[in-house]
Write a protein that binds this ligand. Structure first.
Ligand SMILES: [Zn+2]
Length: 328
C-alpha cells in the first residue's frame, strides 16, 4: 500500500468533489468482495501491494475495525469465522452468534447478504469462491432451511478436503495452492459471466501468520495475496469495459497480536485494527477518516446493488453504508 494512504487522506475534498453522479449513469450494478485472512493494517500499509494500490487509486483505502464495541455487548472475538459472519450479516457476534471457528451455531435470524439478495431479487446471480468450505455450508448457510433454504448460482470451494489434488503439507503450502486455484477460478468466472454478487475468500496469509508471525515470510504471503487480488481486479476491469458498474471491496477479518504477530482473538488495538480497499470513489467521511467497521461492508454493497433490504432485516444491521448516495 505504501504512501497511498497518506496521499488519499490528504485530499478527501478533491475525492469528494469529483464524484457525484457516476453510478446512476452506468450499467447494471455488480459487486465482488474479497477477504484476505488476518492481515494487520500496519502490514498492508508497509508491504508493496500494487493490485490493492490500483483499486485504491480508483476509490480509496482506509483503516477500519473489527471486534464490535470494546467492552460493550457487541464485543466480538477477533477470530476468523466471527469476522466473516460480521461481514456477511452486518451484525456482531451478540446477534450472529458465531464466536469461534468450530462448532458454530449461527443465528440465521440475522440474514446474510446472499440471503438478502437471493430473497429480494432471485433473478440476481450470486457466486462464492472459497478456500474454506464452511463459509458456504455453515456461515452463509446455503440450502439450510433455517437460513431460508436459498441457493447460490455458482460456488467453487471444498478443495481443502481434496487431499489427492492438494496433498496436505506441514507448511500449509497446499493452502496457497488452493488460494491460487480459487482466485484463478473467481477471475475466470467473473470475466466470463459477470455475476451480480461474489465473495472470494483466501486463507494462506493467516496460516503463515500463525506459523511464522511477523516477518519476511508473512510479507511475502501478503504479496502473493495481492497478486491474487490483481487477477480478480483485472477481470472486474474487463467487465467494466462492457459498461457494467462494478464495486470491488477487499478487506481482512482481524489483525494480529503486537508481540509476535502469530496470534489473534483478543481485543488489542492491533488485533482490532483492519482496513478496507474499494474502487468506489464516492466515500463517506466515516470511511476516509478510518471510522468504518467490517459490519459496514454489507450495507455498502447492498446500496451499490440497489437492493431494497426488508425493513425487519435492515433495522437489525449494526453497520451503515460508507458509499455516499449519488443524486438520481
Ligand atoms: Zn482470520
Amino acid at each position: 500500500m505504501r504512501n497511498l494512504r497518506a496521499l488519499l487522506l490528504s485530499v478527501p475534498l478533491l475525492v469528494a468533489c469529483r464524484l457525484p453522479a457516476t453510478n446512476a449513469e452506468q450499467g447494471p450494478p455488480k459487486a465482488v468482495f474479497i477477504l484476505l485472512d488476518g492481515i494487520p493494517a500496519d502490514v498492508i500499509e508497509r508491504v508493496s501491494t500494487p493490485a490493492l494500490d490500483a483499486i485504491a487509486a480508483a476509490g480509496g483505502y482506509a483503516r477500519a475495525h473489527v471486534g464490535g464495541e470494546l467492552g460493550g455487548p457487541t464485543e466480538t472475538p477477533t477470530v476468523s469465522a466471527p469476522g466473516y459472519m460480521s461481514l456477511l450479516t452486518g451484525t456482531w457476534a451478540n446477534k450472529h452468534n458465531v464466536r469461534g471457528n468450530s462448532n458454530q451455531s449461527p443465528n440465521y435470524d440475522y440474514w446474510n447478504i446472499f440471503r438478502i439478495v437471493e430473497t429480494v431479487e432471485p433473478s440476481r446471480t450470486t457466486a462464492l469462491f472459497s478456500t474454506w468450505l464452511d463459509n458456504r455450508t455453515v456461515l452463509v448457510g446455503e440450502g439450510h432451511p433455517d437460513a431460508g433454504g436459498f441457493a447460490l448460482d455458482h460456488s467453487v470451494d471444498g478443495f481443502e478436503r481434496d487431499t489427492v489434488r492438494f496433498p496436505h503439507d506441514p507448511a500449509s503450502r497446499y493452502i496457497l495452492a488452493i488460494d491460487e486455484h480459487v482466485s484463478t477460478q473467481a477471475a475466470s468466472y467473473i470475466a466470463s459471466k459477470g455475476p451480480d454478487l461474489s465473495w472470494v475468500y483466501l486463507q494462506h496469509t493467516d496460516d503463515v501468520g500463525h506459523a511464522q508471525g511477523d516477518g519476511d515470510a508473512f510479507d511475502a504471503a501478503v504479496q502473493q495475496a495481492d497478486a491474487q487480488v490483481g487477477r480478480i481486479w483485472a477481470a472486474v476491469q474487463q467487465r467494466q469495459r462492457l459498461g457494467e458498474d462494478w464495486m470491488i471491496v477487499v478487506t481482512t477479518d482481524h489483525g494480529r497480536d503486537v508481540l509476535t504477530g502469530k496470534g489473534h482473538g483478543r481485543q488489542s488495538e492491533r488485533e482490532r485494527t483492519t482496513w478496507i480497499v474499494t474502487n468506489v470513489p464516492t466515500l463517506e467521511a466515516r470511511f476516509t477518516s478510518g471510522q468504518s467497521a467490517i459490519v459496514d461492508i454489507a450495507p455498502s454493497i447492498l446500496q451499490h446493488l440497489r437492493i431494497t433490504v426488508p425493513a425487519a432485516v435492515s433495522r437489525e444491521m449494526e453497520g451503515v453504508s460508507f458509499v455516499r448516495r449519488s443524486p438520481r
